[in-house]
Design a protein. Structure first.
Lengths: 685, 685
């Protein structure tokens, strides 16, 4: 796989524009980090004043800088960046990092300014990172173009972030607890290089074993999903997206001006991408260290090894919340535990060694548990006590896990010596957590990844019997909300089962239509602005004769109005299949209980469209409507595959006809064999 | 209010039984803490060997100890505790702390052992804490009977815990970040003094401003709720309960042998008690420090003041999740901010001072925001940067809030100097958090408490028209599942509206009953083991004539079987009203959508029974069924007060007739006026 950011991490020479000898300036920090964090290529500070910085000659202009130079770090005020970028282009530098803020995050004017940068870049074939970023680093090259005070150690985590502060905060924490990074990419406003480029780069990087991404905006959500899919085919991806609630959206908008996607669309994108979404900065690092240091478990059966019952009980509750459970330890395993644990140890699960275990007891007990075939993973928990040093326990836990591929996470809480213990654990590839609930979250992330790896989401299968020509003809010249009859025709052309129907302008015409299709029929009043026909007494069902049809028409339909006559579908479960277009992630399909229930229950599932049948089945299974379709109280199961088919067809319809902004089959009546779209609402933009 | 633990915190003298001069022994730790943590009364180590410990004379036996001595701390092995307690009784000591483990947590034998302790205590009028605990402390007396390595500073938090490790871990953390405690009570197995006693004690203690409780088991959940209600009338209560999931329950059972309540029952108990339930140890302390240091906000309008956009966006998302939102800052406020903030500051909300604020900017901006009438609280967020020391920012935030009663929480993340910053913030009564999401959680806890204070749950009102004598007569001698007819009679006696019904053994009898009550009627087959009658074709609705009733009887009801004839209720929304008995919290009522939906939707609400009408309204409002009753798509609202009435009646029925183990009105058909219990299932134990 090609690394689109290869040169950023392996330049043959770096120029720093706006170089300053003043140690309080960012540009000094950049030069300082390039020099002291191990970059072996030539470094060229550039400043018209000339002079010397950290022993390096300062070049008065970029034209004076000798070859080779592949990368420019531009640390100039916003107003000077465009000219500097142009200078890079003229000098033949094709890669740049733009540190300055004061662009798109300020509003329309700033966005124009960014567009100017993009034009210059296009003209000279430049790729650039930023503006409004803190730079990039690779601990293995090594190269550090940031002005951060600290350089993280080498390690398995690749971090990409729209926020520089999130990079800085994460590096600070990582240094304290001895967690290392492979690469850090601060994207800033991503005016050129974006999240998808960064994911492709980290996917290609052999030192990156897990990717943690902090996301604010994704102008092209589909591009992100495609890159994430490529990445998750090789390694795990954890994503935190800010702006998923009304307040968060507002915070993001004022920050980087990025458009924040609806929460449902983002979660659907994560499912398709095989990414693990998290809700907080703490969860981002908690999941990342678990996935960086341990392999996913083969199953959900966990053991808690502890010296304290209370925290173990909290940990057990949280294992359960993440779909894991306490393993049933065999009599053999329990006997072996009794041999190696302190007297009085409770060998059930949690394995509670009570108040007095030594570090050796942790090693011995862990070895027994990791050998046990009924155990898929271990949460080792130690509450500091006077007689056993926490550092010794950390080393003991680390050593015991060296030869096992099963996941082990360790919670050592409170008090002094925790930092040293955390560093020792991470040095042994055991993730450390301060509380049992966070340790359980780490195991939960591994379990999520295990299931993602087992069942990657396939590409959407094509559907047969979609009459694209007829759909295009039906949509031709239309706009706004289509009539029910038009909606029904589009659904039929899409390959959905639609009861025969026709539009009548008189009672006699309605009766004639009914005679032609056979009874019973439904009569629906057609009038502009009637979205929910049942609101206004606009539907009569179960009409069984021509007279009944005439009578209903006369009673319900006013002069100048018309009526839809539709053959009644067989009885069945009423569900809704819908789709809309998210501004970032494109078309999404929706499924839930039909009729009024969709509003009161809010129990609906979303997926990106088009979708593979596997995702359609999954979204049905996770709703109440799905449980109803599966058959309750001895009722026969309904035709779930017919719903799967409807979801897939609607998904392709949205994909292939971008002029459709919304479609709703509500209800889709699902029988024991087949499903009937009896009311189709289509909106054209 | 009386403090049931007064003497434990104010003894006129303390004896330590099992005193040892060996510094690795727990008893040495107890004496050490009594001596060095400031207890001013006499301390009497007791050990048959005599000698001296830490300069104190060791008494060979308790009889030698001089007066006054009110409290004994027994640090002897489990096997010697009973004899020692008896010795205390004979010596006239009426209060004891039992440290030893090896009792009820080990199983049946240990439980008998605890019962023996209770008998001795009853005989001598002794109250004791433990066994299997780490003791109690009060930082204001001061007295510390624990063997913990550290003594927390004075502060507003009272902590009570079934787990000694949770006490220890919390004290360790609190010492590091400078958070103080008023009292800590480690309850252990609570064989005598229990959670309710501890809550009453902390309620009475003037130094305790918030109570944090870690709970494993509550043998008498109602007692807990009553004590918690007394406490929350005065101060906030945060509770973490372990054992709320299958795995957690197992962990608790193996730990203290306590019976863990179902999650629903626990949450219903918290609502009644006005307590704030949390899910993790981290949330327990995060909520406790917010409630300890700040007053609840007057409204949900929050401001985020920050030097970094990314973490602010994450914080904004989490504010939203806790029911808070970003305040709209007035033009005046924004103008004042522009005067005092660094150039370029974004004065919307979040207020983003970008990369360069000094500590003074935080003080000035906070003062503006705390003065603004449109602001109910502030999340101050600072990501460490090279030029501004974190300690200065902490002091600046602390000082700015000194004169304001609005809540302010502070997130300073990552890097060095955090401990000093946290201590400075706590010294100024500003809670410190490491991440924006946890700071938002702190504000969320304050907002929860604001709403609890505004609307305390009243006592359940009595209901009229319950014929208790008739109910008792109907229940007399019954057991198991009652017949639908018996169920209907109990419901009617309870004051619920039940359609007329009767049981028929023949088609003619059924027809005669139907003629008497008027049409339409429903015919329901009555046969043992038919729980869901609709499963087996056992119900025919809408019979409109005697012939139709005869025909349906003949077709459906087999020889030797009977049928219930019931007048059909008017059309309406079908809901379920049910109740069951939780082993810890007693009767609970349930509400949700009726019929098959209760199973597929799992959208039900629970409350403790009997319940006040306010809680009944609240539980209806939080379900999909409630939204349906309120009227959707222009449908008329249904009679919600009739459902409220049914919930209250069923609640009182459960309370007053403990022989009823379960009752279900499914469905209760709710019309525009009135609600009909058409199918009543009652189970007698």
């Amino acid at each position: 796989m090609n690394d689109p950011l290869h040169v950023f991490f392996h330049p043959r020479g770096v120029a720093v524009l706006g170089a300053s000898a003043n140690p309080t300036k960012l540009s000094y920090g950049v030069i300082h980090n390039l020099v002291t964090h191990g970059y072996l290529g030539p470094i060229y500070p550039v400043n018209p004043k000339g002079g010397e910085i950290l022993g390096l000659k300062v070049y008065p202009s970029l034209t004076d800088v000798p070859d080779p130079v592949d990368l420019a770090v531009i640390v100039l005020p916003a107003g000077q960046v465009a000219a500097a970028l142009e200078e890079c282009g003229r000098r033949g530098i094709r890669h740049a990092v733009l540190i300055a803020s004061g662009f798109g995050e300020l509003g329309a004017e700033g966005k124009e300014h960014e567009e100017q940068l993009r034009q210059i870049a296009r003209q000279y074939g430049i790729r650039f990172i930023g503006p409004n970023c803190v730079g990039v680093l690779d601990t293995y090259t090594p190269i550090d173009t940031t002005f951060s005070r600290t350089m993280p150690g080498q390690g398995p985590i690749g971090l990409v972030s729209h926020s520089g502060a999130v990079c800085g905060g994460t590096m600070d924490w990582a240094n304290v607890v001895g967690v290392g990074f492979s690469r850090i990419v601060s994207l800033g406003n991503q005016a050129d290089i974006d999240m998808a480029d960064a994911l492709d780069s980290l996917s290609a990087d052999p030192h990156t074993r897990v990717v943690a991404a902090y996301i604010e905006g994704l102008p092209d959500g589909r591009r992100f999903v495609e890159a994430a899919r490529r990445l998750t085919a090789r390694k795990p991806l954890v994503v935190l997206k800010a702006g998923r609630t009304p307040s968060g959206t507002r915070a993001v908008a004022s920050h980087t001006g990025a458009l924040a996607g609806a929460d449902q669309a983002f979660l659907a994108a994560c499912r398709r991408a095989g990414a693990i979404p998290v809700d907080s900065l703490e969860e981002l690092v908690d999941a990342a260290i678990a996935l960086a240091y341990r392999r996913p478990p083969a199953g959900p059966r966990m053991v808690i090894l502890t010296n304290a019952g209370g925290p173990a009980a909290v940990g057990a509750d949280h294992l359960d919340r993440h779909g894991l459970r306490l393993a049933d330890l065999s009599p053999q395993t329990q006997a072996r535990l009794r041999e190696v644990c302190p007297p009085g140890t409770m060998t059930g699960n949690p394995v509670d060694m009570l108040g007095g275990p030594q570090a050796d007891h942790y090693t011995a007990a862990l070895r027994v548990l990791l050998d046990a075939p009924e155990v898929d993973g271990v949460l080792a928990l130690f509450v500091p006590q006077a007689i056993t040093p926490v550092y010794d326990v950390a080393v003991a836990v680390g050593r015991a896990t060296e030869t096992s591929e099963k996941p082990v996470v360790c919670c050592i809480s409170g008090g002094g010596g925790i930092r040293a213990a955390a560093r020792a654990l991470h040095a042994h590839s055991v993730p450390h957590y301060l509380t049992p609930e966070r340790a359980a979250f780490g195991l939960g992330a591994l379990w999520k990844y295990a299931r993602i790896r087992e069942r990657p989401v396939p590409d959407p299968e094509p559907v047969e019997g979609m009459d694209r020509g007829r759909i295009a003809a039906l949509l031709e010249g239309k706009s706004g909300v289509l009539s029910p009859q038009e909606g029904a025709e589009i659904a039929a052309a899409c390959g959905l089962t639609v009861p025969p129907s026709g539009v009548a302008v008189s009672a006699d015409e309605a009766a004639a239509l009914a005679e032609g299709m056979g009874y019973p029929v439904v009569l629906k009043r057609v009038a502009p602005g009637l979205t929910h026909k049942s609101d206004a007494g606009g539907v009569v069902v179960g009409l069984k004769s021509a007279d009944a049809v005439r009578e209903a028409f006369a009673r319900m339909v006013r002069a100048e109005e018309r009526a839809l006559v539709q053959k009644m579908a067989p009885a069945g479960v009423e569900v809704v299949v819908g789709a809309y277009r998210d501004p970032q992630f494109g078309p999404l399909v929706m499924f839930g209980l039909g009729g009024v229930y969709v509003e009161v229950l809010r129990d609906v599932a979303f997926r990106m469209a088009p979708l593979p049948r596997a995702e359609a089945r999954e979204m049905i299974a996770e709703t109440a409507a799905g449980r109803l379709l599966a058959g309750v109280r001895g009722q026969a199961a309904r035709d779930i595959e017919a719903v799967v088919d409807a979801l897939c067809r609607v998904g392709w319809l949205m994909e292939e006809f971008p002029q459709i902004s919304e479609i709703d089959l509500n209800p889709l009546i699902v029988g024991e064999r087949g499903a009937w779209a009896v009311d189709v609402r289509v909106v054209i933009r």
